[in-house]
Design a protein around this ligand. Structure first.
Ligand code: ANZ
Ligand code: ZN
Length: 803
């Protein structure tokens, strides 16, 4: 027997697969299609991380299995290559980001190839390729044309270190998601995309797709739909009203004061009437330095200033109530003003307590001298005039009707979701294909001029003024207006990294198309993606953005269906062996190249799948790697006990059928670890039995092949099995043969298991009953007692009730 030498075997089979173009997907095929997608990596200068192969191996397993099941499988790969780290690396090392990107991609590709993934490399896409970003720009122009892209002065999150505006999603815990530096608020003119227009559909259409629950829930919470009302409070001494948003109109009688956001325009409008305007202005100046995150932290001590000289009327009670300004009310949500109900809202309660404002109880139950009573999804109204004694749900409805009847306001749905800040003041991104003309305003460049390529520059450092480096290139900026021919300026901001990844899965369908982002036929053939696996950290970013773009493309007739992904699953992170997130600074990073070199790609793949529950985070373990290598060594040595034979060995047959069933099901249900465990036990059984024949071996190799594709192809060849393994079909199991003929039947007496008896599947109830009552364990609990009831659940349990 030859030695098991993964290095030479793995290279050999990778070359053979390439030669036979095994993993090429056909755009025209009689076979049913299956489109498996994993998130394409950002080719950073750190190279591949052991976290990458986890999801890739998982869907590689599914893809390989589907090919054996007769599907035309598309399993593509590409590069999400625009973005800050590359630009920062380029600046630091004085190499052009294009060159850095090329180098990183070459390295990543080599690493991925060495692991033997069955990607269709003929469809590789790269978001920084002008032939690709031409279509990213094209989609942007369509969004612009339909009024979904607009420019607005926006207080944005600005990272003080990256010197760039960030979307809300990129600010985590008040700091920059990328570099961890402080994020401050700055007012900038920004391109925005109206994702909010799709909020309702982005929630509702989740009912039409098969996503794991935690993904659905996160998206729903992020979009944050709130039903309630907008309603007007009259300002005393004028015809003006102050409009608020509330989700609890039933608590209107408990509104004892109002609060507006520091940015609310009411302050400027009434500055002459506000007696303490200096104090108010000082407060506003203070607040402007804080982020939304700091402002809404619950634990934070409430601050605020009364607007002396102004007051409002509670429309339900007719009473005059004071007006305050405080930073716990955000200008960016609802109307930027609230009615404060300190009896039942904890923030209002803290504020009222601190500033000695009246607190009224309007829903029975709590003790409002201690805290707000907020357990109010149901309850009975008190102190509330015409809604007294009503149940909360009825009170809400009655109040909404009253508000609308009185013309005070109307029912209103609000979303937490904000429009998407779509400009970045950086170089390494897609140029925004618009020019500004003094006469015509913002004008799109003609489609025929796409792609609008990034100009070559000397210096791509961000500027301290917060402007993009492109702004410094005179020839780039100064152009003519496509509409009137007059002088015009190009937009110098670029798109965020999320742009290219918002539609990349469509390009894989037809990557070389010069006239369309993909042809109608390929879109119709391949849509939707049958299975998309990716990280939980992308749930409220990429996943939401790409669903939004897809819906938009559907609305303008480009794609054939409203949802891009039929199914979405997610994997857990691989941690360092110290249970912490892998990072250079923690010194716990494992390089997949080392594992491939020392143990082989098949070991890496097996370990990544065997490491634990696919959906949970798990720490890396070198011992675990070694264990997987030992398993493959034992698989290799099965050659030693291999005999001829073209039907299953009778003594092994039942176990083989059971394993086919188990592995087939586990590979569909993210239970790769237990699937592998089942193959490990089958291997043990072969060894215990002392021999296995070629038919047994053949099935075993096919089952293991999606996990460890190289060693199984090699063993197939050595055993002289027909053709190549990659040409095989997935084995079927016989349900009959997966059922145990003889098994241990548990027996319960008065609800407690008191023993088991060995029975066979086709044994008569009579004979089973005899065995049950003869068994010593059961006898102890039935002797001398009266049996009042017996229930036999065939194949499962024997229940006895005694008195
Ligand atoms: C009265 C009330 C009584 C409220 C009560 C809540 C509980 P969600 O569910 O998150 O949508 N609110 C409205 N606009 C706000 C803003 N711009 N900044 C801060 N808070 C704002 O929250 C809606 C509730 O948050 C609204 O309903 C309002 O307070 C407050 F027992 O009105 B409520
Ligand atoms: Zn013009």
């Amino acid at each position: 027997m030859k030695d098991y030498t993964p290095k030479s075997i793995e290279k050999k089979w990778q070359d053979i697969w390439d030669e036979h173009q095994c993993y090429r997907a056909e755009n025209n095929s009689e076979k049913p299609k299956f489109y498996a997608l994993v998130e394409f990596p950002y080719p950073s200068s750190n190279g591949l991380h052991v976290g990458h192969p986890r999801p890739y191996t998982a869907l590689d397993i599914v893809s390989r299995k589907r090919r054996y099941q007769g599907y035309n499988v598309l399993f593509p790969m590409g590069w999400d290559a625009f973005g800050l780290p590359t630009e920062n690396f380029a600046i630091k090392n004085k190499i052009h980001p294009r060159i850095v990107t090329e180098q990183n991609i070459a390295r990543f590709k080599g690493q991925l190839k060495s692991i033997g993934f069955s990607f269709d490399w003929s469809r590789e896409v790269n978001t920084t390729d002008p032939n690709y970003y031409k279509w990213t720009q094209w989609i942007f122009l369509k969004l612009f044309e339909k009024g979904l892209a607009y420019k607005q002065e926006m207080p944005i999150n600005f990272c003080t270190s990256c010197k760039v505006g960030l979307a809300n999603e990129e600010v985590v815990g008040g700091v920059c998601e990328r570099c961890g530096s402080e994020v401050i608020r700055r007012v900038k003119n920004q391109w925005m995309l109206k994702i909010t227009e799709y909020a309702e559909r982005l929630i509702n259409d989740l009912d039409t797709v098969d996503y794991i629950d935690r993904v659905k829930i996160q998206q729903i919470n992020w979009i944050g739909r709130s039903e309630g009302a907008e309603l007007d409070f009259r300002i005393v001494g004028g015809d003006d009203v102050l409009r608020i948003f509330t989700t609890r109109p039933d608590t209107l009688f408990g509104a004892t004061y109002m609060v507006i956001a520091p940015e609310h325009p009411l302050i400027d409008k009434y500055r002459d009437r506000i007696e303490n305007i200096d104090l108010v202005e000082a407060y506003r100046a203070d607040v402007s330095k804080k982020s939304d995150f700091e402002r809404t932290e619950l634990v934070k001590e409430k601050t605020g200033v009364e607007l002396r000289g102004l007051s409002a009327i509670n429309p339900a009670t007719g009473k005059e109530i004071p007006l305050w300004v405080s930073d716990y009310v955000l200008m960016t949500y609802g109307t930027g003003a609230i009615m404060a109900v300190p009896g039942h809202d904890q923030r209002d309660w803290e504020f009222a307590t601190k500033f000695n404002l009246p607190i009224i109880d309007v829903i029975k139950g709590g003790d409002i001298t201690k805290e707000a009573y907020t357990d109010t999804d149901s309850g009975i109204l008190v102190n509330s005039g015409f809604i007294n004694d009503m149940e909360v749900k009825d009170a809400i409805r009655t109040m909404l009707d009253w508000i609308e009847k009185e013309g005070l306001g109307e029912r209103k749905v609000n979303y937490k979701l904000r429009d998407w800040v779509f400009s970045r003041q950086r170089y390494w991104g897609e140029p925004i294909p618009l020019v500004h003309c003094d006469e015509c305003g913002w004008v799109p460049i003609p489609e025929s001029e796409l792609p609008l390529k990034l100009p070559e520059v000397e210096n791509y450092e961000p500027t301290d003024t917060g402007e993009s480096p492109l702004a410094a290139i005179h020839e780039w900026v100064h152009t003519t207006c496509p509409k009137c021919g007059g002088p015009a300026h190009r937009e110098t901001d670029t798109m965020p990294q999320w742009a290219g990844s918002s539609w990349y899965f469509l390009r894989y369908m037809d990557p070389d198309n010069h006239d369309q982002l993909a042809s109608k036929e390929t879109l119709e053939y391949w849509s939707p993606i049958d299975w998309y696996n990716g990280g939980m950290e992308h749930t409220t970013l990429h996943l939401l953005y790409s669903r939004f773009w897809h819906k938009f493309l559907y609305d303008i007739g480009v794609v054939p269906m409203p949802e891009p992904y039929a199914k979405r699953t997610s994997h857990g992170m691989i941690l360092g062996d110290n249970n912490e997130k892998m990072s250079k600074s923690r010194g716990n990073v494992v390089n997949p190249d080392d594992i491939v070199r020392d143990y082989g790609a098949d070991t890496l793949r097996t370990y990544e799948m065997f490491i634990g529950d696919f959906e949970k985070a798990v720490p890396w373990s070198d011992n675990g790697v070694k264990g997987c290598r030992r398993f493959l060594d034992r698989v290799w040595r099965l050659q030693e006990i291999l005999t001829e034979g073209n039907s299953y060995t009778p003594e092994l047959e039942s176990s083989i059928h059971k394993t086919i069933k188990k592995v087939s099901e586990d590979f569909e249900n993210l239970k790769f670890n237990t699937g592998i465990a089942a193959m490990m036990s089958l291997l043990n059984e072969f060894n215990d039995f002392g021999r296995l024949n070629k038919k047994d071996f053949q099935t075993f190799l096919i089952l293991l092949n999606p996990v460890a594709p190289h060693i199984t192809e090699e063993l197939w060849e050595i055993a002289g099995l027909p053709g190549y393994l990659f040409q095989t079909t997935w084995p079927e199991y016989d349900q009959e043969k997966t059922i145990d003929k003889v098994f241990d039947l548990p027996v319960q007496v008065n609800g407690k298991v008191r023993g088991t008896v060995e029975v066979s599947i086709d044994e008569s109830t009579e004979s089973i009953k005899e065995k049950v009552f003869a068994s010593a364990g059961v006898k102890k609990f039935t002797d001398g007692k009266t049996v009042v009831k017996e229930i036999y659940v065939p194949g499962k349990i024997y229940n006895i009730v005694v008195k």
